[in-house]
Write a protein of this length. Structure first.
Length: 200
C-alpha cells in the first residue's frame, strides 16, 4: 500500500470517528431517543403479541433489512423462540420478477400485500426518505392497517406523513445514516430477546 493510500484510510477513519462522536451526542438527545424508544416499543409489543415484522430497503438498507429479519428469526443476544420477521428485499427472484412485470416501484408494495396483516409492523429504511418503492410500500401498509416506521437521514426529515414513526438520523452521509439505523434496530432486537426471556 502506498503512503497516499495509507493517508486516505487514516483520513476516512478519522472522519468517520469524528462524525460518530457528533452523532452520538445528537441521537442521545431526549427528543430523538423518545421517538426511537416509542417505535421500538411498538415493534416489541407487535412481535410478542403474534404480529410479524416486515422490513424493506434498497441497497445497503436491503442488507440491513436482511440482517434485522435474521436477528428476530434467530437471536440477537439471548436464546428464545423464533419470531416472525421477513425481509421484503430477500428474494432476488421475487424482486426481479415484480420489477420486470409490474415495475420496481411495486416490489415492496406487493410484499406488503402478500404478507402484511393488521397488527403487523412495516419497518422501512431509506436514507433519502423518497425511494418510490419504499414510499409505495409504506402507503400500502397503512391502507392495510399495519403500523409503520420509516428510518431515514436528514434529507427525509419532511416525510413524517409517510409513517407512524419517522426516525431521522441527523446526517447526509449514507454510511453514517445506515450505521445508526443498525444501532437502533439492534437495540430493538436486544429488547425483544430480553422481554421474551422475562416471559418464559
Amino acid at each position: 500500500m502506498t503512503s497516499t493510500q495509507t493517508d486516505l484510510v487514516t483520513r476516512q477513519l478519522d472522519a468517520g470517528i469524528a462524525a460518530w462522536a457528533t452523532l452520538a451526542e445528537q441521537i442521545a438527545a431526549p427528543e430523538m431517543r423518545g421517538g426511537v424508544e416509542a417505535a421500538g416499543r411498538m415493534v416489541v409489543d407487535a412481535l410478542l403479541s403474534g404480529g410479524t415484522l416486515l422490513v424493506a430497503g434498497n441497497g445497503g438498507s436491503a442488507a440491513i433489512a436482511s440482517h434485522v429479519a435474521a436477528e428476530f428469526l434467530g437471536k440477537c443476544i439471548q436464546d428464545r423462540h423464533p419470531l416472525p420477521a421477513i425481509s421484503l428485499a430477500e428474494s432476488h427472484s421475487s424482486l426481479t420478477a415484480i420489477g420486470n412485470d409490474y415495475g420496481f416501484d411495486q416490489v415492496f408494495l406487493r410484499g406488503v400485500q402478500a404478507f402484511g396483516r393488521p397488527g403487523d409492523v412495516l419497518l422501512a429504511m431509506s436514507t433519502s426518505g423518497t425511494s418510490p418503492n419504499v414510499v409505495a410500500g409504506l402507503a400500502e401498509a397503512r391502507r392495510r392497517g399495519l403500523a409503520t416506521i420509516l428510518m431515514t437521514g436528514a434529507k427525509g426529515a419532511g416525510q413524517g406523513d409517510l409513517a407512524d414513526h419517522l426516525l431521522v438520523v441527523p446526517s447526509s452521509e449514507t454510511p453514517r445514516i445506515q450505521e445508526v439505523h443498525m444501532l437502533w434496530a439492534h437495540a430493538w432486537c436486544e429488547a425483544v430477546d430480553l422481554a421474551a426471556q422475562e416471559r418464559n
